[in-house]
Design a protein around this ligand. Structure first.
Ligand SMILES: NC(=O)c1ccc[n+]([C@@H]2O[C@H](COP(=O)([O-])OP(=O)(O)OC[C@H]3O[C@@H](n4cnc5c(N)ncnc54)[C@H](OP(=O)(O)O)[C@@H]3O)[C@@H](O)[C@H]2O)c1
Length: 270
């Protein structure tokens, strides 16, 4: 499978901080000199990033919105950047919920987390696919790169909805991978461990977590290595152990099951 160095124009949604920002800078620095379109809600952060390199482009976007707005966003991006051949979904939020205090669970926050972390990604992927399928028919590769989490593999009970949204994206990535296996569209799932970022700032958890998280530079090196190799799943740190234990061989089994299902459907309809 080709790696990210063949991509000419990469959109990173959620590039204003943390992992998305670090990947944007690392990808911009590649010798292949891609255009890097950085997205997120905070305009000042986008402008700060854009000032760091001439091939940065910016797009202000809030993915926690409805289907019509996401469709408009994807249409405008693919018109503005017809060479767009990779999307990294780095946008994400995280909330803690305590089931022993159900009256304190804010269901609006649950819905925002589900929409930001999962539904918007499913929806945007659906809207990006006609563009990528067209590239594929022209013999050109493209990349769909969701960022899930080690908590997609083994949930963190303190962040139950977050873990469920990440499991959902993980499952989606496996299905996309199987369904698109005979196209030139490549799905690479990044599965980070706890990494230095702003994700936990609003929970007041950053001081404690900063003692154990993976430094952002170390994680970025590991993620870039996987992206350049074209790895279908990219893990680092403690996630490597859980991946070995729970995920090894799964993707191959899913592809086989999908091929069997297609074969059976062909027999039934003939
Ligand atoms: N750090 C970790 O320990 C860790 C571990 C596993 C997985 N991850 C995943 O890695 C990804 C990046 O997170 P991070 O750790 O780098 O956290 P971060 O520093 O908080 O970055 C999150 C990014 O998501 C964007 N975002 C959030 N809500 C958005 C919205 N509604 N619309 C558009 N963009 C939105 C933010 O931009 P704006 O606020 O400007 O919109 C920001 O750029 C997330 O998917 C996260 O779940 C992180």
């Amino acid at each position: 499978m080709p790696g990210i160095s063949v991509a000419k124009c990469i959109l990173i949604i959620g590039a204003t901080s943390g992992i998305g920002r670090a990947l944007a800078l690392a990808i911009h620095a590649l010798p292949s000199k891609p255009t890097v379109v950085v997205g997120g809600r905070r305009r000042a952060r986008l402008d700060e990033l854009a000032a760091q390199g001439e091939r940065f482009q910016t797009v202000q976007v809030d993915v926690n919105t409805d289907r019509a707005n996401l469709k408009k966003f994807v249409q405008e991006i693919t018109i503005a950047y017809p060479a767009l051949d990779a999307v990294i979904f780095s946008s994400g939020i995280q909330h803690m919920f305590d089931f022993k205090k159900p009256e304190e669970i804010d269901l609006d926050k649950v819905e925002d987390e589900l929409n930001t972390n999962y539904t918007s990604i499913f929806t945007m992927t659906t809207f990006f696919l006609p563009h990528f399928l067209k590239l594929s028919a022209e013999g050109k590769p493209s990349f769909i790169i969701p960022i899930t989490s080690g908590l997609a593999v083994v949930p963190g009970p303190w962040v139950p909805n977050y873990s469920a949204t990440k499991s959902a994206v993980h499952s989606l990535a496996l299905s996309l991978n199987a369904q698109l296996a005979d196209t030139n569209i490549h799905v690479m799932e990044i599965i980070p461990p706890l990494v230095e970022s702003e994700l936990h700032d609003h929970q007041g958890m950053t001081p404690a977590l900063s003692k154990v998280w993976m430094p952002l530079d170390d994680f970025t090196k590991a993620a870039m290595d996987g992206l350049l190799r074209g790895n279908v799943q990219i893990t680092a740190g403690f996630v490597n152990l859980n991946w070995d234990h729970f995920e090894k061989g799964k993707i191959e089994k899913i592809r086989e099951a999908f091929q069997r299902q297609n074969h059976n459907m062909r027999i039934e309809s003939s």
